[in-house]
Design a protein around this ligand. Structure first.
Ligand code: SOE
Length: 414
């Protein structure tokens, strides 16, 4: 589709789930959208030479390397796409920005506020030199979510009173699920809170145009010890190839070694937003049966809009301004040409999927970089999400707003 000869040569670090999702988007974006530059999948980087060679072949990258510093040092790389666990986001992104590379960094931006502040500051400095950066909160770019934002911005909901967001998964309900990097604070920063809670924090702020100003939170780690992954070896065990964990008990053939889960399995918090809304958030990896269930409902003085990722082509919309006899939730099928992003895809009614949000993300990134604009969400936007994550963690640790319920008197047995 793209008629331009201008190329953006991309170097991607990481090749697991997000590396695959980003690769699909880099492969597709210029075939679907007519953009002022073409993404070239120049180089993929990963620690394991064999695995990254396989990934290059499978995902469509021209070359591969095991050294991200070499990737950043090359003058034939324009964009660095960071798809690694959170503990390396800052180091890689800071080096890339310093080298004048445009950066797309997966969410959450970092594992700590300190890292996120440094990244946001470096991005601001680089921006002055025309270097662009963006954080990969991809759900903003589901057409129905962008439409939610438009409905709110157009005043169709009136004054926003409630924000209600849940993101529920169940992939670690089995206590025998091993201690992978996402369950280690030093690798992931936090658990469900930063991994999937970050999405609903960003998404609700994006949709409402409001920012969270305060939270009261509780978190829980339901399963506190887990088997080390196969191939781990005692105290120096590596987990999922992501680095050492403090495994307990050497693997000496007498039962599997285990390690301590150092992150939350679930986080629940209430929040106030700066536009006066009250909000509730729930992020859990123990919602048995919920595989990747992100739901958001916004209640306003004039109406309600609701989104369910499992029905991502649809919005539920309640317009309280309609004649009483006609009021009710309508189902908007967000596949018309005038809907966000949809003109490039199929005729109305031909639905799209999860992976399209990444293609939309790359579309907007390429267009911004090629036209000298700043893509969103910026590192500053992502820093604000990190500040919310930090506030939730501190609130849960302090337990300051927690009020015990007076135990009921012993009830008479039924
Ligand atoms: C967690 O399982 C996860 O992969 C998140 O890390 C992604 O951001 C989300 O899009 C899907 O679920």
């Amino acid at each position: 589709m793209s008629t331009t000869d201008r190329q953006l040569r991309v170097g991607m670090v990481g090749y697991a789930f997000m590396g695959a999702a980003h690769s699909q988007a880099w492969r597709t974006v210029n075939r679907v959208y007519d953009l002022p530059a073409r993404a070239r999948m120049a180089l993929i980087c990963g620690r394991d030479a064999g695995k990254v060679a396989d990934a290059a072949d499978r995902l469509g990258w021209e070359a591969h390397t095991t050294n991200w510093r070499d990737l950043i040092a090359r003058d034939d790389i324009d964009v660095v796409d960071v798809c690694t666990p959170g503990d390396s986001h800052a180091e890689i992104a800071l080096a890339a920005l310093a080298a004048g590379k445009h950066v797309l960094c997966e969410k959450p931006l970092a594992n700590t506020v300190t890292e996120a502040r440094a990244m946001a500051a470096a991005a601001a400095t680089a921006q002055a030199a025309g270097v662009r950066s963006m954080c990969g909160f991809n759900y903003r770019r589901v057409p129905a979510v962008t439409m939610m934002r438009q409905l709110v911005a157009d005043g169709r909901l009136g004054v926003i009173r409630h924000v209600r967001a849940t993101y529920l998964q169940d992939w670690i309900v089995d206590p025998q699920f091993p201690l992978v990097w996402r369950l280690q604070r030093d690798k992931a920063g936090s658990g469900a809170l930063g991994d999937i809670g970050a999405h609903i924090i960003d998404l609700t702020q994006f949709v409402t145009g409001q920012r969270i100003t305060g939270v009261s939170a509780i978190t829980e780690t339901f399963v506190k010890e887990r088997p080390l992954p196969a191939g781990s070896s005692g105290l120096a065990a590596t987990v999922d190839g992501a680095g050492p964990v403090d495994g307990h008990g050497a693997v000496d053939g007498h039962g599997p070694a285990t390690g301590t889960v150092t992150v939350d399995d679930a986080a629940v918090f209430v929040a106030r937003l700066d536009g006066g809304s009250l909000a509730t958030y729930e992020a859990s990896r123990f919602a048995t049966g919920r595989k990747n269930a992100l739901r958001v409902e916004i209640n306003g003085s004039l109406g309600t809009v609701a989104f369910d990722l499992e029905r991502l082509n649809e919005l539920e919309f309640y317009d309280a301004t309609r004649p009483a006899a006609e009021q009710g939730f309508t189902r908007i099928l967000v596949t018309e040409g005038e809907h966000p992003y949809m003109s490039a895809w199929w005729p109305p009614g031909h639905i799209i999927g999860y992976e399209h949000s990444f293609t939309h993300q790359m579309r907007d990134f390429i267009e911004a970089v090629a036209t000298g604009a700043d893509p969103t969400p910026s590192f500053a936007d992502a820093l604000q999400v990190q500040l919310v994550l930090d506030a939730v963690t501190r609130s849960a640790e302090l337990g300051s707003s927690w009020t015990e319920v007076e135990p009921a008197l012993a009830t008479v047995a039924a």
